[in-house]
Design a protein around this ligand. Structure first.
Ligand SMILES: O=P(O)(O)OC[C@H]1O[C@H](OP(=O)(O)OP(=O)(O)O)[C@H](O)[C@@H]1O
Ligand SMILES: O=c1cc[nH]c(=O)[nH]1
Ligand SMILES: [Mg+2]
Length: 211
């Protein structure tokens, strides 16, 4: 598994505002979108492309275009939805599938409550969006779901991760083609399975609801 932790002052600055408990939902949503676009630049470094011939006003030349089958972007509802616009801005030709997952806040076990994905993901590059990688249970379920459907490789973009969750995923996906791109790797999980220092419940902060 490859892990890339962003190291850029603009990303750290935006994450600091995102973490601040005084930041209201509209600002939180705007910053989430901006952060995803910055992280997606790194996450799509190995996106598959095909050579194309084009004619400029001056001459013929070769360039590249995003290859078929198109990449699949999978936001994990609810909080991952806040990352979708930022990602499709960068890869507008990608297809989008959805996975709805919720973590039981007592047991910390994730469950899938909605799914809308292409049946066959053979040979597909998949980009999973979820702002928070805490115990890693939700992201691991999503990654397994996609590989079970035939995905070729999976790249996840998360704003924050806890070392415990990252290690759990690394162990579970051994030998498979998985990349995780992070805005920051935080200190730890607390006794409620929340990332410390973190930013609280990303879904609640994005949408202003609790639950
Ligand atoms: O790594 P884990 O321990 O599995 O926790 C991370 C998950 O928790 C949050 O979702 P939540 O279950 O709160 O659903 P929501 O997006 O609807 O708020 C978050 O968006 C991740 O999906
Ligand atoms: O810190 C955390 C952990 C799980 N889910 C969140 O939204 N935040
Ligand atoms: Mg939540």
């Amino acid at each position: 598994m490859r892990v890339h932790v962003a190291d850029h002052p603009l990303i750290t600055h935006k994450l600091t505002v995102l973490r601040d408990e005084r930041t209201p939902s509209p600002t939180f949503r705007a910053l989430t979108e901006e952060l995803v676009t910055l992280l997606a630049y790194e996450a799509t470094r190995d996106v598959r492309v095909a050579e194309v011939m084009i004619r400029t006003p001056v001459t013929e030349t070769t360039g590249v275009t995003i290859a078929e089958p198109r990449p699949l972007i999978v936001p994990i509802l609810r909080a991952g939805l806040g990352m979708l616009e930022g990602m499709v801005k960068l890869v507008p030709s990608a297809e989008v599938g959805f996975l709805g997952m919720v973590r039981n806040e007592e047991t910390l076990e994730p469950s899938v409550y909605a799914e809308r994905l292409p049946d066959d993901l053979s040979n597909r590059q998949c980009f999973v969006l979820d702002p928070m990688l805490a115990t890693g249970g939700s992201l691991l379920s999503a990654i397994e779901y996609l590989f079970d459907r035939g995905a070729q490789d999976v790249t996840a973009i998360c704003l924050l991760a806890a070392p415990e969750g990252l290690a759990a995923i690394e162990k579970a996906v051994e030998g498979r083609d998985v990349t995780i791109v992070l805005g920051a790797l935080d200190e730890r999980l607390n006794e409620h399975g929340y990332i410390v220092p973190g930013l609280g419940d990303a879904g609640d902060r994005l949408y202003g609801t609790v639950g």
